[in-house]
Design a protein. Structure first.
Length: 140
């Protein structure tokens, strides 16, 4: 796909801290929300993952805060998978204000956990390719 998947989110007042800024932990929630929305848009729900005996796991997350967000701000949260060699993949995300200003960049290292063996599967790409109605959403 040429454009990464994205989902719109409005910052809610209860998500802000005493300074009126979006609480730092909520950025992770927005990123997670976008990842699950992308999976669902590709036709992959939790039941499909469990049916295959796997579940997504986040192994590492990095957030670069670029601009503050406040209650009422509308943002777009993008989501794109980057595949390398081995058991893990990267998910690159941007939280962007509607005027195009980036507010944060989130990069996560993830994998698919074999729910029986409790180990990462050897090639997560093959699971996503097999489960997705449109594997192109994952760059496959």
């Amino acid at each position: 796909m040429t454009e990464p998947f994205s989902v719109a989110v409005t910052v809610r007042g209860y998500e802000t801290d005493v300074l009126g800024h979006l609480n730092q932990s909520v950025y992770l929630q927005y990123a997670e929300h976008a990842r699950w929305c992308m999976l669902q848009a590709a036709g992959i729900g939790q039941s499909e993952l469990i049916g295959k005996g796997v579940g997504p796991v986040v192994l590492e997350t990095t957030i670069h805060y670029l601009r503050e967000l406040r209650a009422g701000d509308e943002v777009e949260v993008t989501c794109g998978f980057v595949w390398g060699e081995g058991k893990t993949f990267r998910v690159q995300q941007t939280i962007r204000k509607t005027d195009g200003t980036p507010a944060a960049e989130v990069t996560a290292v993830g994998g698919l956990l074999d729910l029986k063996e409790r180990r990462l599967v050897a090639d997560a790409r093959e699971y996503f390719r097999a489960l997705a109605a449109d594997p192109r959403m994952f760059g496959l």
